[in-house]
Design a protein around this ligand. Sequence first.
Ligand SMILES: Cc1cc2nc3c(=O)[nH]c(=O)nc-3n(C[C@H](O)[C@H](O)[C@H](O)COP(=O)(O)O)c2cc1C
Length: 353
Amino acid sequence: MNLFDVASRAVRILPAETAHRFTINALKTGLAKPSFEIDDPRLAVKLRRAGLHLPNPIGLAAGFDKNAEVFSQMLAFGFGLTECGTVTPRPQDGNPRPRLFRLTQDHAVINRMGFNNEGIGMFVRRLSSAPRSIGIVGANVGANKDSEDRIADYVAGVKAVWSYSSYVTINISSPNTPGLRGLQDRSALEELLGRIGDAAREMESAVKNRPVFLKVAPDLDDKAIQDIAEVGLAQDWLAGLIVSNTTIDRPETLASAYKRETGGLSGAPLLEKSTRILAAFHAVVGDRLDLIGAGGITSAGDVIAKLRAGAQAVQLYSALVFHGPMLVRRIKADLIAVMEAEGLTSLSAFRTA
Ligand SMILES: Cc1cc2nc3c(=O)[nH]c(=O)nc-3n(C[C@H](O)[C@H](O)[C@H](O)COP(=O)(O)O)c2cc1C
């Protein structure tokens, strides 16, 4: 067991949010210091519409590094991309604590953080001070809870991060800001994407071809999936979809004491549902939008399941709570082992096999 494994075991004894803050501080101060490794070229993937070349397909999902404090450290742990945020225009405290729960028996997490963050000003200052060469760093933007014009918040977020992030994610799928998921409804989404499209065209004069992703919930019926896919496909500037955020479902199988806490459920119990929704989006959009799969990934087998469902790349978060950041290297080594066993030379083979 190495130092990271020891530290991540120790962190699991602390209350969940304290453990998270401890981890961020340990990374910031250099107490937990990953060493960078070059990826096996067989793990490289290209997001075609986005024009992003990833050294490997495993991304860190939004919510871990809400304030863009540790993106370079997380890339050094071996992630192929890292997504900071969700950030809102103005700082906000989020919901009262406790608001983050480990469902250890279920390898799951429930959170109702409510977009706690230090605001876009601080976020952009941190992003802009990093060298461009460190890797792929996305910025996930959202709306303030008390905003009178939520769409204006997204537009402000997109404009603020545009020049300093490798891509931008529009997060309309958090269950912890009342009414936010309503932006996924067809007419609201048309208005949102229309206004963001105007902003994107305006910002093209500063930086061309900045990819924009839309992050969706897993709690969608067939009609909603069709609507979102059609509205998304109608935007020539939209690079793709991230499928998915946390679920408000509570599967019967949950055994942990915290299972009835309000919030979004993530981790292992989300794998099946989020992968099914990903496949449903893929059935409509095909390769016309890039798809990033998130939800319940803990192993190389889970990554392969997302690739088979149509994802070009994936993101994970909750598994880090139980397995620590060295998990990323284990998954990559296992992916290579599976590819060698199956005689595959690139990950795209899983999508067509
Ligand atoms: C504590 C916590 C906070 C999160 N915060 C955000 C967030 O701010 N923005 C966002 O788009 N997703 C957020 N998520 C959702 C994750 O990015 C991811 O979509 C989801 O957890 C499914 O992946 P997982 O099962 O690997 O965790 C959060 C998840 C967790 C567990």
